[in-house]
Design a protein around this ligand. Sequence first.
Ligand SMILES: Nc1ncnc2c1ncn2[C@@H]1O[C@H](COP(=O)(O)OP(=O)(O)OP(=O)(O)O)[C@@H](O)[C@H]1O
Length: 308
Amino acid sequence: MNAVDIQGVSQRYGSMTALRQLNLHLEPGEVLGLFGHNGAGKTTTMKLILGLLNPSEGRVQVLGRAPNDPDVRRQLGYLPENVMFYPQLSGRETLHHFARIKSAALQQADELLEQVGLAHAADRRVKTYSKGMRQRLGLAQALLGDPQLLLLDEPTVGLDPIATQDLYILIDRLRQQGTSVILCSHVLPGVEAHINRAAILAGGQLEAIGTLASLRTEAGLPSRIRASGLRQREQLLQNWSDDGYDTQLLGSDGIEVVGTSAGKIALLRQLLAEDQPGDIEIFQPSLEDLYRYYTERAGNAHAAEDKA
Ligand SMILES: Nc1ncnc2c1ncn2[C@@H]1O[C@H](COP(=O)(O)OP(=O)(O)OP(=O)(O)O)[C@@H](O)[C@H]1O
């Protein structure tokens, strides 16, 4: 059973269409990164999964049922983009309040405060918390009741670099335990190692979805291989140039060759067969490069539609 199944969903706000014919699924224990420009439809997608919106068209199922089913709601954890709390309550009281709403065990509050690094501030009022501390509390709130599906909207906002790393480690651990996670973020560097697939929304449409490897292959963006400590680099340069690759000599004993992501393994094999490099570096298209490619492609397609 998929954690989330979205089939043919369109969402309109009055005359404005925020999502068009969205098809998306999430498997158990999968982490999906949901990316897109401001207004692309990410929060709308989250709200549909949370049962806060009814789709204008199409069908949304969460853990095999309607998203507003009370049993499903108990299995969901949500960290909203702008997390709000009662300022007069302490961190612990805040978690107790949410635990009661979710029918989660109260003793989980202290475990979670420890887990997100707020044990020392458990009795302080939330109004005295820094932005990052409030974000950590929001994360603890989302984890109450050990949700099967976790929705995180901009979870790294306000977190310092170590807290951001801790969050990613926590996501890795949750995934290993079988929790499914949807993570929306504008902060792309650092996230790529922690997601199974990326979905890129543009103008309310799903422009791309897949593993980074499949998106790299589909986009056909260049990958660069740099090798140093070579003895036969002139020969390699000649061979790769003859095969039509863009290649150049680097430093006293290095070379760079530009290929596609799909073709890089063949280039590496050739490199290792023909020489004994002292060092090899591979520069692949990053998530940011892919995001730019697909977002620009969507923009070009919309511009062409507008002209037609
Ligand atoms: N309640 C609403 N009424 C009218 N329009 C809305 C409403 N909520 C969202 N929209 C519009 O729907 C579109 C998608 O909004 P959404 O909040 O889903 O985008 P987003 O991808 O989450 O953006 P951001 O990255 O800025 O948070 C936007 O054009 C937004 O203005």
